[in-house]
Design a binder for this molecule. Structure first.
Ligand SMILES: Nc1ncnc2c1ncn2[C@@H]1O[C@H](COP(=O)(O)OP(=O)(O)O)[C@@H](O)[C@H]1O
Ligand SMILES: [Mg+2]
Length: 241
């Protein structure tokens, strides 16, 4: 088991947002967390990244372990640098006034003069040829889809082993959504473990191995993607019948 969330309770101030969440991710899997707006999906990812309050919650009970080690007392920069977990946040958060290349290179800051940086950059430009064509362009002039590719590329430039994505399909035209999920599948085949949070459950269940359904801070269903996609309750609530 690579990542394990055990009976996790977190709060924003006095408000509990996760009420005892339990789920796990095995090495090499794509796991999806699906659920409606406000269910606690982003909160779960922020908790794993150990981002500080107020934008992220405080853990009040339970544990988050990665490779058997508790993350609760790990600094956010060490989550990225030492444990090699990266987040593609909701809304992308790229630096619009910087070029594509500058955004990608910023993510390598903690890697020092790692000789593999050049190779990783080539790989990202292979995965996303549009980014290669636009490497010197200001990032705020990219389309929404290209900005999402840049956000994924930037996370990959940290040399992560576990990639967390928060609603990567948001705001993308259908064709670009499929392209993005195809790319995630390819990265997974090359060894990357992925947790993807989505409101677009149909799409997420097409690429994930397993999934969990989150409803107001609790897991209400879990199983293989096939099981969830054919579950009558899940179909009714999340797949449009
Ligand atoms: N920074 C915050 N401060 C206070 N409450 C928050 C904050 N972020 C999220 N919440 C609350 O936590 C709950 C879960 O939100 P969130 O994790 O963003 O859901 P989702 O990503 O599934 O849409 C919601 O009730 C939301 O209002
Ligand atoms: Mg969210």
């Amino acid at each position: 088991m690579l990542l394990s969330i055990d009976n996790l309770k977190v709060r924003y101030g006095n408000i509990e947002a996760l009420h005892g969440l339990t789920f796990h991710v095995n090495e090499g899997e794509i796991v999806t967390l699906i659920g409606a707006n406000g269910a606690g999906k982003s909160t779960t990812l922020k908790s794993i990244m150990r981002l500080p309050p107020p934008e992220a919650p405080r853990v009040s009970a339970g544990d988050i372990t990665y490779k058997g080690q508790s993350l609760l007392n790990v600094e956010p920069h060490d989550v990225v640098r030492k444990l090699r977990i990266a987040l593609v946040p909701e809304g992308r958060h790229i630096f619009g006034n910087l070029s594509v290349m500058e955004n990608l290179m910023l993510a390598t800051y903690s890697r020092g003069s790692d000789p593999a940086i050049g190779k990783d950059l080539d790989r990202i430009f292979d995965l996303f040829p549009r980014l290669a064509e636009r490497r010197d362009q200001r990032s705020d002039t990219l389309s929404g889809g290209e900005q999402q590719m840049l956000a994924v590329g930037r996370a990959l430039m940290t040399n992560c082993e576990l990639l967390l994505l928060d609603e990567p399909s948001m705001g993308l035209a259908p064709l670009l959504m499929y392209e993005m999920f195809r790319t995630l599948k390819q990265l997974n085949r090359e060894g990357l473990t992925i947790v993807v949070v989505e409101q677009n459950a149909r799409l997420a269940l097409q690429v994930a191995d397993r999934g969990y359904v989150l409803d107001t801070g609790e897991i209400v269903a879990e199983g293989s993607s096939e099981q969830l996609a054919s579950d009558p309750e899940v179909k009714k609530a999340y797949l449009g019948g």
